[in-house]
Every structure is written in C-alpha cells, then in structure tokens.
Design a protein around this ligand. Structure first.
Ligand SMILES: Cc1cc2nc3c(=O)[nH]c(=O)nc-3n(C[C@H](O)[C@H](O)[C@H](O)COP(=O)(O)OP(=O)(O)OC[C@H]3O[C@@H](n4cnc5c(N)ncnc54)[C@H](O)[C@@H]3O)c2cc1C
Ligand code: FES
Length: 279
C-alpha cells in the first residue's frame, strides 16, 4: 500500500455540520494541504476539544476532498464522548487536525480492471473517497459499490455513490431495502455473475467480521487484489503504545505461522488482505 508523507498539523475551520442519518454526521473542514495531498484510505487525527477528556486524538478516515476549494470532509458515527464533542461543534468553530496519516488504497494502473468496493456502516467514509478517486483516475464504467447496513435507515452515501456515476448495489439485513442479507453475501453473488479472468480489485471498509469474510471470499475466488481499511480503536496514534495492532504475515500468505504485530496507525490502516492473519 502506498504511503505519501505530506502530513500537516493545523487548526481547521468547520464549514458544514450535517446529520446525514441517525447518529451519523458529516463535517466539512477547511485545510487546502489536507485536501490536496490526501489519498483514499488515509485518515486524520482530530483533537476534538481543548480539554483532557478525551486526552487522545480521535482517528477518522478522509471521506471526501475538494482540492479546488481547499476543503475535506469526515463522516462519523457518534459512539462516545469524542464523537459527541465533535458532533456538537458549530460551523465556524475550529478543531486541531494532524494528517493525512497512514497508507492508502492502491487502485492500480490497468484502466480495464474491474473495481468492487464493499462498505459496511461507517466504512462508507473512505469507500466514498475511493469511489470518487477511481472515477477520476480510470472512469466509472468498471466500478461497483456494494453498500450494506442492518436496515434501510442505516445505509450511508448511497445517493452520493450514484452521483459519482458508479453502479450501486444495496444489502440490508432486514430486507427493508435492496438485497435481503449480508453485504458479503451480495459480494459473493456479484462475483459469481462476473468474468473473474478480468483483473478484479476488491476494496472494503467496515466491521472486522465483515472484512474477514470479504477477505475469505476474495481468496476463495482468487481475486487479483483485495485491500481492507482497518478501523480498530487507537490510543497514541503514532506507533508507540501497540494499542492498535493486528496480526500480519511477513510472506503475504493466508496460511501463516510466522506472524508479527503490525500497528494500524503507522503500518495501515489499508492492508492487502493476504498480509493479515485472522487466526
Ligand atoms: C484509521 C481509522 C479510521 C477511522 N475512521 C472512521 C470514520 O471515518 N468514521 C467513523 O465513524 N469512525 C471511524 N473510526 C473509528 C473512530 O475513530 C471511533 O469511533 C472514535 O475514535 C470513537 O471515539 P469516541 O470518543 O466517540 O468513543 P469512545 O468513548 O472512545 O468509545 C465509545 C465506544 O466505541 C468503541 N470504539 C472506539 N473506537 C472504535 C473503533 N475504532 N472501532 C470500533 N469501536 C470503537 C469503544 O470500544 C467504545 O465501546 C476510525 C478508526 C480508525 C482507527
Ligand atoms: S495507537 Fe499506539 S501504536 Fe497505534
């Protein structure tokens, strides 16, 4: 995975604060450097208040960028104190941000490749940026986004993906919208209907069990490349505390007995699925 090193630390003004679904907010901020150099899959570390609780910054994937306007957006689920403080910020307030950080998705150079993007819940945040990026780099014709949620009200960014011009398929666990079942079942069905002799790239972000299944299906189908953005809880965010580790394999093999601990904050968050040890 590629890792550009152009990070900035800046007080960023909030210019939009919108609740796009129950407990899910989109914040747009001004920082031309972050808008210009961020790549899909990278994240920023946000100091959500000038206080000691929470003391640590909170990581969020870059959700969208507008390099011409010098703005970028975050999309987040309100799950605790940090995200509540961020949600309560007003337009015109500033937050201190470090970024962009971490590795990004590699979309390859083959303009004929097929791209399948799988988003679960707030995993739609980086997948949205990725969809826009692939459309700009390679065009939208070969891009399909699969969006999953428990219910129709939990589906995120479906309209935005349609606006990008990509094909969009939806799965809800309760069947209230689109395919009834898990988004990973929809992925299996989607891949079964495709000619997989064409270079196929699968990208995913969402809950860990979902991404584990995406990795399994991609391996089973001998997919050319499967990349996952891991959003595990972080502490220091700079590679010191080992609070964000996953087991990875030096040889990029699925069956691996010489695994080591890889730090998501500095080595990830985007990994080739074959690098990860799920045992
Ligand atoms: C690289 C990266 C990118 C991320 N991008 C996004 C994003 O784009 N949108 C988004 O909504 N979230 C994202 N997250 C998760 C986000 O950072 C956490 O939800 C946030 O830090 C929670 O802060 P809090 O203070 O509100 O919650 P806390 O009070 O810290 O925790 C509240 C609850 O949420 C759980 N929790 C905290 N962090 C995580 C996590 N990473 N995964 C699962 N459960 C967690 C805690 O165990 C606890 O139960 C990302 C995480 C990483 C590591
Ligand atoms: S959060 Fe401390 S090492 Fe990654």
């Amino acid at each position: 995975m590629s890792k550009p090193k152009n990070r900035v630390i800046a007080d960023c003004e909030i210019i939009e604060q919108t609740e796009i679904a129950p407990h899910v907010f989109r914040s747009a901020l001004v920082e031309p450097a972050i808008a210009r150099v961020s790549r899909p899959g990278q994240f920023v570390n946000v100091r959500v208040c000038d206080c000691y609780d929470p003391l640590l910054r909170r990581p969020f994937s870059v959700h969208a960028v507008d390099p011409e306007k010098g703005t970028f957006s975050l999309l987040y689920d309100v799950v605790g104190r940090g995200t509540t403080l961020l949600m309560n910020k007003r337009v015109g307030d500033t937050v201190n941000i470090v970024g962009p950080l971490g590795s990004s998705f590699d979309v390859g150079r083959n303009r004929g490749a097929m791209h399948v993007l799988v988003a679960g819940g707030c995993g739609a945040a980086p997948i949205h940026f990725l969809s826009d990026w692939i459309c700009r780099e390679h065009g939208c014709d070969n891009v399909t986004v699969l969006v999953g949620a428990k219910t129709g009200t939990g589906l995120l960014c479906e309209r935005e993906f349609v606006a990008h011009g990509v094909k969009v398929k939806v799965a809800t666990e309760d069947g209230s919208f689109g395919y009834k079942g898990l988004v990973t079942q929809l992925l299996q069905k989607h891949l079964a209907e495709r000619d997989l002799s064409v270079e196929t790239r699968v990208y995913s972000c969402g809950p860990m069990p979902m991404m584990r299944e995406v990795a399994r299906i991609s391996h089973e189908q001998s997919i050319y490349a499967c990349q996952l953005s891991l959003e595990r809880a972080m502490a220091c965010g700079v590679g010191v505390c080992m609070g964000c580790v996953v087991r990875a394999c030096p040889e990029h093999e699925a069956a691996c007995d010489e695994w080591y601990y890889s730090r998501i904050c500095t080595d990830g968050p985007v990994y080739n699925a074959m690098e990860l040890s799920w045992e």
